[in-house]
Structure formats: C-alpha cells, structure tokens
Ligand binder design. Structure first.
Ligand SMILES: *Cc1c(COP(=O)(O)O)cnc(C)c1O
Length: 391
C-alpha cells in the first residue's frame, strides 16, 4: 500500500483556490439532455461560413503521412508569410495553439509570484485566469461606458505591474479604443510595462479610426499584439493564433514557448487562409453586418436592452437569470454564452450568424420571454450600424 498523496502540501495556494473552467458538452450529448434535434451554436463567436476555399482545400487534402511527422517547431512558413504581409521580420511573430496559448507565454515570460497584471473586470477572462492560477495577481479595472478605462488602469499600476491587457475590440462589449486613445495610453505608459492589445476581432472592425496594432510596434517596442485564426478565418477547431512584438520582447517570450504545440494542419490551413483574396473576409463582414441589423431590430422589438459594438457578437440583457435562460434557450436548440462569468449577470452574448440561426434565436427568445414571436420573419438587408448602443 502506498501512502495517500499529500495534495494539501503539494498544491500551491493559488491553484487550490482556482476553479477549473467547465467546457460545454459535445453537441450530441447536449441534444439528448435538452431534447432538441439541432443546435445553433451562438456561444463561441465562431464563423458560420467556415474557412475560405483555399484553407478548406488544404484541410481536405491533408496527407495522412504528415500526421506521423512533427510539425515545424516555430511555424516557419507561416511566420515568413506574416512578416511579408505586415512588413515585419519573421522573428517578430510567435505562433501558438490558439491565442489562448500565447496569453500563457506572455504571462510566464514576465510575471513571477507577487507581480500583477492589469485588465478590465468585464473582458475576455483568460488573462485573469492564467494570471491567477500562476500565482500572479490580476487587477481588474471596471469598464466605463462598456469600454476599457485608460485612466483607471494607469492609476492601478505599481512597481510590480508587468503587463496591461487591453482587449480591442473588447469581448464581450465590442467597445474599441481608437488610434489616438491607444497612442496616448502608450505614451503615458512610456515603455515601463508590457502592453498587450488583443486584436482577436480586428478583421471585423468597421471603424476607420481603429488602430492596426502591428503598425504601432515600431514606435512602441513594449507593445505586444495578439491575433487569432479562430474567429474571422474560421479555424477555431485547429487551434492557431499568434503574437507579434518588437524583436527584443519576442525574443524573451519565445523562451517560454512549448515547442510543437501548433500542429501541421493548423499551420498549413492558416497559411492558405492568408492567401485568400479577401473575398472570404468580405463575405463574412457582410453576413455580420446583416445579422447585426436584423438582431438590433428584433431585440428592440422584444423590448430588450443590448450592447452592440464591433466584432461578430452582441450582448443582450434579459429579465431572467442568464444560466436559466441558457437552459431554456437550449431546449429550443439555441446555444448562447451566459454572462455571469463575465460579471454581467442576467446578460447573454450571442454570435452573429446566418439568417436561419438569427431567426431561431429571436424565435426562441420570444418563447422564453413568454410571448410568441411577432417580428418580421423576413431576414432582410440593412445598412451599417452605429457604435455601442444601449437601449
Ligand atoms: C476567441 C478569443 C481569443 C482566443 O482565441 P483562440 O481560439 O485561442 O485563438 C483571444 N482573445 C479574445 C478576445 C477572444 O475572443
């Protein structure tokens, strides 16, 4: 008989107090639980159109023997392609198993126990989570008018602050900082901390004043940009994203990378996605713009408040608990993101998808709210929308 493992002693306190994230069950299981015949997945901001034709072809033709061979350990060709596209050096890019993994690389590279990172209270939670389970304090500055509060974040900095995470556009509110606001913030930081700007939804942004973070790296060597192939490029299932920064900063972060974490197929598909003419991006943007116009009108018709900004998602406020709403909507085959985890109790976030899915959502919401849907069945075109809006 071996002795019981002394977990109490083995596990660090910051891991003890951390709760594991519970991923949703596979669709087939959910269909049984909620007795629905199909599921519209509106919970993860995926792109319903799927990958562009060039990436789809690469995926279909993947040679099985390649599965036996380790991938490029540093996504060689993809980094050269990125460098060529954005006028940078290949060594300024680090490719990871989704942008989620590069969050981890950055925190590991700069933070030790006792250090802190700063971000917003209502944003993508992975920055906070990785910090917390790594023994790093996360300082969460409340959003102001649904956007990141530059002054509040500056005021939270102390000698142990290593990284400031700005999600631009913000998931889930869709708020953005324009170029002037970002540059003024970077000027105030004056190179003293790493500033990460997460641009997971950059390709969706319509605002002409939206700053391309990659352009600013030359001027601000402490700036690190995150991008992903999961959202616009529809490769979420293959897990591939990247960070970009100055040579000095990336050289440090590279030390914390896990070699071979990005598989061969993901690298090939991402490369192909970058070679698309732009048609796939244009089609996706059109779909999102139509979906937003439709939802905005229908959600207003249901008398609900919402927050709608950039990105392929929208937040809706419900007169009931969001976990309950999730379950009720699931019985109608509509899967949304409940927002208590984002500190927005009673709110849900929905992905902007095609007409069929948007109609299913509105119809299900109507039922859940106890009234039949009387909205316009016809899914029709409408021009571009304004910025953040609450009603
Ligand atoms: C989806 C998302 C990511 C992570 O994307 P990966 O699938 O891990 O590449 C990062 N940041 C934000 C804000 C996101 O919404």
């Amino acid at each position: 008989m071996t002795s019981p493992t002394p977990l109490d002693y083995l596990v660090p306190p910051y891991v003890k107090r951390f709760q594991a994230y519970i991923p949703s069950k596979p669709d087939e299981e959910l269909k049984k639980i909620y007795r629905c015949s199909r599921i519209f997945r509106l919970n993860n901001n995926e792109n319903i159109l799927g990958p562009c034709p060039a990436a789809a072809a690469v995926i279909q033709k993947f040679p099985p023997l390649r599965a036996a061979i380790y991938p490029s350990g540093d996504a060689y060709y993809l980094r050269y392609k990125l460098a060529d596209r954005f006028g940078m050096h290949p060594d300024q890019f680090l490719v990871g198993n989704g942008a989620n993994e590069v969050i981890s690389f950055a925190i590991k590279a700069f933070c030790q126990e006792g250090d802190n990172i700063i971000t917003a209270d209502k944003t993508f939670a992975v920055y906070e989570w990785v910090a917390e389970f790594s023994g790093v304090e996360s300082r969460l500055v409340p959003l102001v008018d649904f956007g990141f509060d530059a002054e509040g974040m500056l005021a939270s900095i102390d000698a142990r602050t290593k990284i400031i995470f700005v999600c631009n556009p913000n998931n889930p509110t869709g708020s953005t900082w324009n170029r002037q606001k970002l540059c003024r913030f970077l000027d105030r930081i004056n190179g003293q901390q790493i500033v990460v700007v997460d641009e997971a939804y950059a390709e969706f942004v319509a605002d002409p004043d939206y700053p391309d973070g990659l352009d600013l790296i030359r001027e601000y060597p402490n700036l690190v940009i995150f991008r992903t192939f999961s959202k616009m490029f529809a490769l979420a299932g293959l897990r591939i994203g990247y960070l970009a920064g100055s040579n000095e900063v990336v050289e440090v972060i590279r030390r914390t990378c896990v070699v071979y974490s990005v598989n061969s197929l993901a690298q090939m598909a991402a490369l192909a996605a970058m070679e698309d003419s732009g048609e796939h991006v244009a089609r996706t943007r059109e779909l999102v713009s139509q979906g937003k116009a439709f939802l905005k009108r229908e959600i207003e018709g249901l008398g609900l408040s919402y927050v709608l900004g950039e990105g392929n998602f929208m937040m809706i406020k419900l007169p009931l608990n969001d976990a309950l709403a999730y379950r009720k909507l699931m019985t109608h085959g509509v899967m949304v993101r409940s927002m208590t985890g984002f500190r927005f109790p009673n709110w849900i976030r929905v992905t902007i998808s095609n007409g069929e899915a948007m109609e299913a959502l509105v119809e299900a919401l109507g039922k859940v709210l106890g009234e039949p849907w009387t909205g316009n069945k016809k899914y029709c075109l409408q021009p571009q929308l304004g910025g953040i809006k609450t009603s």
